[in-house]
Design a protein around this ligand. Structure first.
Ligand SMILES: Cc1ncc(COP(=O)(O)O)c(C=O)c1O
Length: 379
């Protein structure tokens, strides 16, 4: 069987391998603590479940407009105004089956084979794989732990070539938890390239950090967002993109052809999340804040390097080079010896090799026990 050439260039997701080995250990009866995946350890809020059930009972199980239910697009536009201070017409929203397809469709829209896209790194592992699937090239711009992983504008400028089409970043970031400063976002906007701004962790911020969206600076940008993280709705598969006016028609055509529409009853769930779930999000953020403190203090006591505390998302990318410079080997070793599952930094680019990504989306008691086990394993 012949496979397309890009398949050879797809990079495996090593965290998944660690997780799968963890599941195998669980099947053998071991109690494995899970700090590798970015999956909120919360059930979806009750209003979301109720809205889903009643939509199903009403028979809302059909295709919708490819752009999404108008009521949901309007609620997303209202939410955008509340969070980013910008009013966008609901017509500029396209609802998708998760944030991931929104990112991939936008990359397909902007990248021809051989084109380049700037990706500050450490980065979300799926970005380069999506770029490679467009036969384009991710150009990584390293960010330093010592700078709190702020994007270095000089390095970005130096990476631009005639083939550069756009910049793709997440703030708050997976895996670093960094929130880019307003100055950095302003500097990126001034470069004149379209910005693909993945804001899926917006709202999950701590210590008074504020997220600046290029949208609120009037930049030409695509904003990706969704319900997976903020509302603990990963399995609902619901996201959206706010697009610049000229990109609407082509993206809508892609959505019609590739996905048709997001699921009808799931969109009702999304509406309930936006309209009724602010208090639940607030409580989850308070819980994440406690887990974050617990994890940061524990990792620091164990000797992991954390140059600057992450301000958002639910990840800590900690320097583990004093233990092993090969993060994949170290993650496997800690899994076998301590039964703690952690994501190896290598997944997130060369800039994160030698680091481990700990997720505090997991429950507090799991974090406490994981720190205890790591203490014993490292003693
Ligand atoms: C930065 C980032 N973007 C996008 C996604 C994918 O989100 P979704 O579940 O909405 O497809 C993730 C998931 O972990 C993520 O970390």
């Amino acid at each position: 069987m012949h496979f397309a050439r890009f398949v050879d260039d797809l990079v495996p997701f090593f965290a998944m391998e660690v997780m799968e080995r963890g599941l195998e250990l669980r099947r053998q009866g071991h109690d494995v603590l899970q700090l590798a995946v970015g999956e909120p350890a919360f059930e979806a809020p009750p209003p979301v479940i109720e809205a889903t059930m009643s939509a199903l009972q009403r028979g809302e199980t059909h295709y919708t407009s490819s752009r999404g239910l108008h009521s949901l697009c309007r609620a997303i536009a209202d939410d955008c105004e509340r969070r980013r201070g910008v009013r966008v017409p609901p017509e500029r929203v396209i609802v998708t089956t998760g944030t991931s397809p929104a990112i991939y469709m936008t990359l397909r829209l902007l990248l021809d084979p051989g084109d380049e896209i700037i990706v500050p790194s450490p980065h979300y592992p799926c970005y380069p794989n999506m770029v490679v699937a467009c036969s384009a090239r991710p150009v990584f711009v390293p960010c330093d732990a010592a700078d709190g992983y702020q994007i270095d504008l000089e390095r970005v400028r130096a990476a631009i070539t005639p083939r550069t089409r756009c910049i793709l970043l997440s703030s708050p970031s997976n895996p670093t938890g960094a929130v880019q400063s307003r100055e950095v976002i302003e500097g990126l906007c001034e470069l004149g390239l379209p910005i693909l701004s993945d804001e899926i962790y917006d709202g999950l911020v701590f210590d008074g950090a504020e997220v600046t969206s290029p949208l609120s600076l009037g930049a030409s940008c695509f904003v990706f967002d969704g319900f997976s993280k903020r509302y603990a709705m990963t399995g609902f598969r619901l996201g959206y993109v706010i697009v610049p006016e000229p990109a609407l028609r082509p993206l809508q055509s892609m959505q019609q052809n590739f996905h048709i529409s997001a699921s009808h009853f799931v969109q009702r769930a999304g509406f309930a999340a936006l309209e009724q779930c602010a208090p639940y999000v607030e409580r989850m953020v308070q819980t994440y804040a406690r887990r974050r403190r617990l994890l940061l203090d524990g990792l620091t006591q164990l000797g992991f390097g954390i140059a600057r505390e992450p301000q958002g998302a639910f990840y800590v990318l900690a320097d583990a080079r004093h233990l092993d410079t090969d993060s994949k080997r170290l993650a496997h070793d800690l899994l076998e010896r301590a039964h703690v599952s952690i994501a190896p930094g290598r997944d997130f680019g060369e800039a994160a090799e030698g680091f481990l990504r700990f997720s505090y989306a997991t429950a507090e008691d799991q974090i406490t026990r994981a720190i205890e086990r790591l203490r014993e394993a490292l003693a």
